[in-house]
Design a protein around this ligand. Structure first.
Ligand SMILES: C[S@@+](CC[C@H](N)C(=O)[O-])C[C@H]1O[C@@H](n2cnc3c(N)ncnc32)[C@H](O)[C@@H]1O
Length: 201
């Protein structure tokens, strides 16, 4: 029987497995992934990262802000060969990890590592994604300037999504944004998660 991860990733399953191996070895050795995360990389990190994949329009340009070890940008790029993904990450060790991982996974034609803080980067994207980046007001200040006028911000937030969105009313109205919380999952058999989606009013 095919595993959930094979069902989700299909033709990209081998590359996704290779990425999980990279996280479990170099990711832990370099301190990007906690030592106790080794056994739950698939469900907690990789499948969680692709939960919002259906919200990204075909052929979208995507910035993953604060990519860390490549989450969610690398799993999204593996699952969706139509996407162009920039991984925005200021820390040298993390940016080096990302560059090596993108090369080893054969993603370097579609995935670019941008070693920068979000607020010092000046491109515009169809979708600005982030996971575990910052509280919503700071996240909005960093991510909204990178959004095309017609684009969207997708913040993987999990349980805090509804409360964070309710508390960010002033930040949204100041920037002319509307927000909603969407429940998404990579596969019917895995836990769902909550994403805050922000778009122009
Ligand atoms: C908690 S980690 C999350 C990493 C990854 N997204 C994940 O889900 O595992 C937050 C990341 O945001 C990066 N970061 C912090 N401030 C940033 C900024 N101003 N612009 C872009 N990235 C930033 C950090 O270097 C770190 O890699």
């Amino acid at each position: 029987m095919t595993s959930i991860q094979e069902q989700v990733f299909g033709a990209a399953y081998e590359s996704a497995s290779r990425y999980v191996d990279i996280l479990a070895t170099r990711g832990i050795e370099w301190g990007l992934i906690g030592p106790r995360e080794g056994d739950r990389l698939w469900e907690r990190h990789v499948l969680n990262s692709v939960a919002p994949a259906e919200l990204l329009p075909p052929g979208a340009t995507v910035a993953d802000v604060g990519s860390g070890a490549g989450l969610p940008g690398i799993p999204l790029a593996l699952l969706r060969p139509d996407l162009q993904v920039d991984l925005v990450e200021p820390l040298l060790r993390r940016a080096t990890f990302l560059t090596q991982a993108a090369e080893e996974l054969g993603l370097d034609d579609r995935v670019t590592v941008v070693r920068s803080r979000a607020e010092d980067h000046d491109r515009h994207y169809d979708v600005v994604v982030s996971r575990a980046l910052a509280p919503l007001p700071r996240l909005i200040a960093w991510c909204d300037p990178l959004r095309q006028p017609s684009g969207q911000i997708l913040a993987l937030k999990g349980q805090s999504a509804t409360d964070e969105l309710a508390g960010a009313g002033r930040d949204l109205s100041r920037r002319g944004l509307v927000g909603e919380v969407l429940t998404v999952r990579a596969h019917p058999s895995v836990e769902s998660t909550s994403v805050v989606r922000l778009r122009a009013r």
